[in-house]
Design a protein around this ligand. Structure first.
Ligand code: NAD
Length: 423
């Protein structure tokens, strides 16, 4: 069984308990996931050999709706990591007031070592092993680290074959041809952009020239760099796993994105000079955006941070120990469950459209995303200033109160249901 979740993301929750009216029994219920499943996925490799990969799906909670959360393919995937991310998803969905609970899945594999055929067989194998637990009214996977719309296309197809039905709402983040929505791939960066615009004046004042450094130049980081660049921000530094680049006058983001698209990495950049990755985190900028890894800003480097505010686009990039240091130095942190919630919000739009057999325009999707992100960002900011608590605590309190209200409305018996609709 995975550990008590309070040992991991639960630290965030503990910080919000003083400000929440949650009942003790509800809290006890939230400490552990509803279900946590580990499977073995056999895959025929191209050379004819057989490999078996560990696969996971953790459903943390489904009180507010079917569980929702991505599937990641990474060598570091463990049941503990997946459980922690599922826990965060429950709170992220509640914070955005989406009719979903939280889940997460993964496979322990280095996807870079697999051929496209092996990747497809692994993706289909994950669905085959877990199909009984999935479905549009039960648990709906989406892309995450190293899984993309192609992977969702394979998974959705495999699920339809197993169920002998057309169930597009069982997966989100699909290719548009299979019911995916335009704008899904930029949803996370678009959502983060709306949050930054909404809170920018409060966090960093009304300076006309605003500077930002972004760690991680992948899907979320590079698209956010473009949006900020287009909105007049000076993007002074960006990094990926191959290099970090600095130009105090502002980087040429379109040129860097073209370079990365063509060469696959930032190394050898056409704009700026190369610096060390750690230097980027210590730059004197208005905004620092960690958009790569969990734990990037930690006890060891939090004192070096000179940014006025941090926006957590990655999941869990600031550790609880770093939070305390940053708080004491007046660095405000916009928490991940708000800053990167654009992806799950647009996934909700995809699920709604698939269930209704409808197709929205890209404009409608963008408008609804902006409206939802702005609304919940304002609520978090208001609660934060009303109670004099950090934005992170305010976000967890809002989510916790919504969850508690739903859990308590189901009655005490529901607290004793383990798995509820598990087969
Ligand atoms: P991605 O794989 O497209 O990009 C990750 C980037 O981080 C890559 O450019 C990689 O080179 C870089 N990187 C890795 N190690 C690094 C290091 N040590 N220093 C600097 N850069 C490094 O992933 P993504 O989809 O952009 O996701 C990034 C983060 O955002 C993850 O934590 C993910 O969980 C989170 N997130 C993404 C989404 C989404 O929809 N894409 C939604 C919610 C949360």
């Amino acid at each position: 069984m995975p550990d008590d979740l309070f040992a991991v993301s639960g630290q965030r929750l503990v910080a919000s308990l003083d400000h929440s009216r949650i009942a003790d029994e509800t809290l006890v219920r939230l400490r552990r996931p509803v279900s946590s499943v580990e499977v073995s996925i056999p895959v025929r490799m191209d050379d004819g050999s057989l490999a078996v990969f560990p696969g996971f799906r953790v459903r943390h909670d489904s009180t507010r709706g079917p569980a929702k959360g991505g599937v990641r393919f990474s060598a570091g995937v463990s049941r503990r990591e997946v459980a922690d991310l599922a826990f965060r998803m429950t709170f992220k969905a509640a914070l955005l007031d989406l009719p979903f609970g939280g889940a997460k899945g993964g496979v322990t594999v280095d996807p870079g070592q697999l051929s496209p055929g092996e990747l497809e067989r692994l993706s289909r194998g994950w669905v085959g092993a877990l199909a009984d637990l999935l479905g549009p009214d039960r648990d709906i996977p989406a892309p995450d680290v190293a899984t993309n719309e192609q992977v969702m296309g394979w998974m959705s197809d495999e699920f339809d074959k197993i169920r002998r039905a057309h169930l597009p709402a069982a997966f989100t983040g699909k290719p548009i041809a299979l019911g995916g929505v335009p704008g899904r791939s930029s949803a996370t960066s678009d959502g983060a952009f709306h949050v930054i615009r909404e809170l920018g004046d409060e966090l960093i004042g009304k300076e006309s020239e605003r500077t930002v450094a972004i760690q991680g130049f992948g899907n979320a980081g590079s698209q956010l760099a473009s949006r900020l660049h287009e909105a007049g921000w000076k993007v002074v530094a960006v990094s990926d796993s191959s290099a970090a680049v600095l130009d105090e006058q502002g980087l040429d983001i379109p040129a860097l994105r073209r370079h990365k698209d063509e060469s696959g990495a930032l190394a050898g950049p056409p704009s700026g000079t190369q610096i060390e990755g750690d230097e980027l985190l210590a730059l004197d900028v208005d905004l620092l955006v960690p958009a790569a890894l969990g734990g990037a800003i930690n006890e060891g480097n939090a004192r070096d941070v000179r940014a006025r505010a941090i926006v957590e686009v990655a999941n869990g990039p600031v550790t609880p120990e770093a939070d305390e240091i940053l708080d004491s130095r007046g660095v405000e942190v916009i928490p991940d469950i708000l800053a990167n919630a654009g992806g799950v919000t647009v996934s909700w739009f995809e699920w709604v459209q698939n269930r209704q057999g409808d197709r929205w325009t890209a404009r409608k999707t963008a408008r609804r995303l902006e409206k939802r992100m702005v609304r919940e960002t304002r609520r978090v900011a208001e609660l934060s200033s009303e109670r004099g608590i950090p934005l992170r605590t305010a976000a967890w309190v809002l989510a916790l109160d919504r969850l508690a209200e739903a859990m308590e409305a189901t009655g005490t018996e529901s607290l004793f249901r383990n798995g509820g609709d598990q087969p």
